[in-house]
Ligand binder design. Structure first.
Ligand SMILES: [Zn+2]
Length: 204
């Protein structure tokens, strides 16, 4: 595999590891889809994890503003699914640090571990395994900016936009592959429901 994997190579890794599945899925939001993706299934394997995070780090290096900040750069994940990607990217870039946020209960805001303070003007790249709705990444960005950090970019292994995906404006977005699934807002509008394809409910 090349230093920057192609979209086809990324998709092959996802399929081989069971991270990318075809079928008929219902998300907690009520959306129905023909495809389901769980990147941590691919990140179980160190060599795949390394290929994907090194590839992402190479994309980040193409941005001159981010490249200039690498020695001071914080790599921040909005959830545990982004952690293997964040550590891999930090190692490949030789960036300054990695940290992450957590949500202790549904409905509570994301927060950092106690005593985790941002330095004024701290440069941050947000890293996650996937950008789908973007709501957690958006919340993370707002939280970091409210604490004085500067978010310089957003890097994900997979960009799988849905109709409700947040708009991150001019914030640079880096991804290794873009996957377009078919989405239906509910069962009534779902072609797969109409065809009687067995439905699987997914947690996240
Ligand atoms: Zn359906």
């Amino acid at each position: 595999m090349h230093l920057l994997p192609t979209e086809d190579e990324v998709v092959r890794v996802l399929r081989e590891t069971g991270a990318l599945r075809d079928g008929h899925f219902e998300y907690p939001s009520g959306l129905h889809s023909n495809e389901y993706l769980q990147v941590p299934l691919a990140m179980r394997y160190y060599q795949h994890a390394r290929t994907l995070s090194v590839g992402l780090s190479r994309l980040l290096r193409t941005n001159s503003e981010i490249r200039a900040m690498i020695p001071q750069l914080s790599i921040v994940a909005p959830a545990t699914g982004g952690l293997p990607v964040a550590y891999g990217v930090c190692e490949a870039l030789r960036a300054h640090q990695v940290y992450w946020a957590e949500r202790h209960d549904d409905g509570l805001p994301l927060r950092f571990r106690q005593f985790m303070e941002q330095t004024p003007g701290e440069s941050v790249v947000l890293v996650d395994d996937i950008l789908r709705s973007g709501s957690k990444l958006n919340e993370m960005r707002t939280l970091l900016e409210s604490r004085g950090a500067t978010v310089m970019g957003l890097a994900v292994v997979i960009y799988q936009p849905i109709p409700q995906t947040k708009d991150f404006g001019a914030l640079p977005l880096f991804y290794l592959a873009k996957l377009e699934a078919s989405y239906y807002t509910d069962a009534a509008s779902c072609d797969l429901c109409k065809r009687g394809v067995p439905l699987e409910r997914v947690w996240m």
